[in-house]
Design a protein around this ligand. Sequence first.
Ligand code: PNS
Length: 183
Amino acid sequence: MLRRKKGENEDMEKVAIYPGSFDPITYGHIDIIERALEIFDKVIVAIAHNAEKRSLFTVEERLEMVRTIFKDTPNAITDSFKGLLVDYVAKTNAKVILRGLRATSDFEYEFHMASMNRSLNTHLDTLFMMTSKDYFFVSSRTIKEVASLGGAVEGLVPDLVVRRLKEKFKLPVAKKKQIGWDD
Ligand code: PNS
């Protein structure tokens, strides 16, 4: 097996792709991104266009939220992608896919996804970071559900996201979408 020799490519930027739906971004995601920025030179937050998932926010709305939240963090890049994640990663200089793990219940899904991505591109690795204990119970899905029912999500998502959720749920059209969101 070929391993990098000492001194070789040491000036290469270490880039991680953090893919997801981010519908909407939570402090759990933000915690992972901030910790990853301690390890990687750059983290690309890649929002998936996923036609199979019903989302509350459009990809453009999600991009706007993430970009605003990280406007003062130049090493956190926000982008969106269509199609296979491995194809998107191949267009960047990232070698690592980053995912957060909240609990063992996340493991099976993540294990299958990482294995599939690895089988599609053997040069790619998925790196898992444990979610901080403060955000173990936070998911985009539960945030949407709680917010739609008038519950408080302050402290679990940034104020901007709280405002966007309130704006959405004031609209009677958006209210109808309460059933059947995916995480
Ligand atoms: O936040 P999510 O919804 O758990 O993120 C899932 C995501 C977007 C990372 C995953 O669905 C994905 O990579 N979609 C792109 C399509 C793809 O590459 N599928 C094969 C991976 S098994």
